[in-house]
Design a binder for this molecule. Structure first.
Ligand SMILES: N[C@@H](CCC(=O)N[C@@H](CS)C(=O)NCC(=O)O)C(=O)O
Length: 224
């Protein structure tokens, strides 16, 4: 799909709610990357709209997500926000893939545990790198806030690294939590968070990057 030329991208610019079957509004490399990967894993057909920061301010986009953030998934005219909810929704539409832990209650809880950890603890800890402490105004204070974020993130990644010992994925099988972890690891690399001693995370990163659907997703988002 040529995302920028798609009908839904044109609809967004003219303030029309698109009625295509399923559309993912994404910002390349952001948390929407996890959603994009899972859509490909389950073989869902979908349209893509690549967002710019200008799009976030458009009334037509704010009608889809009043927070003016990515991702949004529109399905038959219904707009769903929040990456974790979207991941769960896609998995619910494709239960045969078992990407939310399948039928076992404990397996399902494990997937939720890691998804919640990534979405509510790890993801927000990156905010200083994306401007949340700009109000401090002084560059040295902003840098201090980034260093504090680095320390907090390193501790969380160490916890995940220990958990991955003897495992291939966060939960018992591959799940919707794994591409979220992959996305957070990309952010760690981009923001000089030193994970060099964390060999389980490195192994996980290599495994997921070897996945052909992940490579396709990266190439469509122009990240490789
Ligand atoms: N809680 C929301 C957070 C969404 C969010 O923070 N989106 C970021 C990308 S990961 C965004 O759109 N940022 C706007 C920007 O970078 O300008 C979710 O999980 O979906």
């Amino acid at each position: 799909v040529d995302a920028d030329a798609s009908l839904t991208a044109i609809a967004l610019r003219y303030g029309i709610t698109p009625m295509t079957q399923m559309t993912l509004y994404y910002l390349p490399g952001s948390c929407s990357l996890a959603v994009h990967i899972v859509l490909r894993w389950v073989g869902q057909s979908f349209d893509l709209v690549r967002l710019t920061r200008e799009d976030f301010k458009r009334p037509s986009y704010l009608a889809l997500n009043p927070r003016g953030l990515a991702p949004v998934l529109v399905h038959d005219g219904w707009a769903l926000t929040q990456a974790a909810a979207i991941l769960q929704y896609i998995s619910d539409l494709h239960p045969d893939h078992g990407l939310d832990g399948g039928r076992n209650v404990n397996d399902r809880a494990e997937v939720r545990r890691w998804l919640c950890f990534l979405n509510s603890d790890v993801h927000p800890a990156f905010r200083p790198f994306y401007g949340s402490t700009a109000y401090l105004a002084a560059p040295t204070l902003i840098e201090t806030s980034k260093n504090a974020a680095r320390e907090a993130l390193m501790a969380m990644f160490e916890q995940i690294d220990r958990h991955l010992e003897g495992r291939d994925w966060l939960a018992r099988e591959r799940s919707i939590a794994d591409p979220y972890l992959y996305t957070m690891l990309r952010w760690a690399q981009a923001n000089a968070i030193d994970l060099s001693g964390q060999s389980e995370l490195a192994r996980f990163f290599r495994r997921i990057e070897a996945d052909p659907e992940v490579r396709d997703t990266l190439s469509i988002e122009a990240l490789i």
